[in-house]
Design a protein around this ligand. Structure first.
Ligand code: ACO
Length: 190
């Protein structure tokens, strides 16, 4: 998705992390212009993600982000001096979940949850999603099996199987999905 403005001041790297301030993490200056542009990008990408998943309402909006402690990872591409493309978004957040293992035993854990994930249609199946996902894992020093996924699409489940060999789901009785391997990690639940 192309946006007609220079983002040298916004995106110094290919992947930018945005938090509730609607500015890149660590960007300390007050700059309403940046916040307006970031809000526009997030709203547009949120809508595109909802369309791609056949959802009635976007899961991701700038307003929701501003009232949360979620992080959005933006994958960008500078096309020329004035134009840049946002290739994809990945929204993550910590949640306290009651989890059931495959024997149905309940525990409680703070789990890093994948809340929204979208790569633009023109770029899907070319490794961009994996690039963004890997960056997020490294950034948090986590492994894929430690995540929960909120209402995963079929493509999402295929993505997890292809890149991380994760396919056995443990039913949680809610919208979140975790994989059997989650319970291999000692000390995650209590
Ligand atoms: N059909 C089936 N599997 C797919 C498809 C597709 N159209 N697109 C991606 N995948 C899976 C496959 O396993 C694929 O491997 P393959 O091409 O060898 O079959 C693998 O993902 C490709 O990996 P990447 O290229 O790294 O992934 P991509 O850049 O396509 O990003 C994503 C994956 C985010 C799921 C993307 O396809 C997308 O935006 N899909 C539409 C929206 C969506 O479903 N988002 C996830 C919703 S769940 C949630 O947000 C909580």
């Amino acid at each position: 998705m192309e946006f007609k403005f220079d983002i040298k001041d916004l995106a110094e790297a290919v992947i930018v992390r945005i938090d509730h301030t609607l500015k890149p993490v660590g960007y300390d200056e007050e700059d309403e212009n940046i916040q307006r542009r970031v809000a526009m990008i997030i709203d547009e990408m949120g809508k595109a993600s909802a369309r791609a998943q056949n959802l009635k309402m976007p899961i991701t909006t700038a307003e929701k982000l501003s009232k949360s402690d979620n992080i959005i990872y933006l994958l960008t591409e500078q096309i020329n001096e004035e134009t840049f493309a946002v290739v994809g978004i990945l929204k993550m957040g910590w949640k306290k979940l009651y989890l059931f293992d495959k024997k149905g035993i309940r525990s409680e854990a703070m789990v890093y949850c994948l809340l929204d994930f979208y790569i633009h249609e023109t770029r899907q199946r070319q490794g961009y999603g994996n690039q963004l996902f890997e960056y997020m894992l490294k950034d948090n020093e986590l492994e894929a099996k430690q995540l929960a996924i909120d209402r995963p699409s079929k493509k999402m489940l295929q993505f997890m199987q292809k890149h991380y060999s994760l396919k056995k789901l443990v039913d949680q009785g809610n919208n979140f999905v975790i994989f059997e391997e989650f319970f291999d990690i000692p000390g995650l639940t209590q």
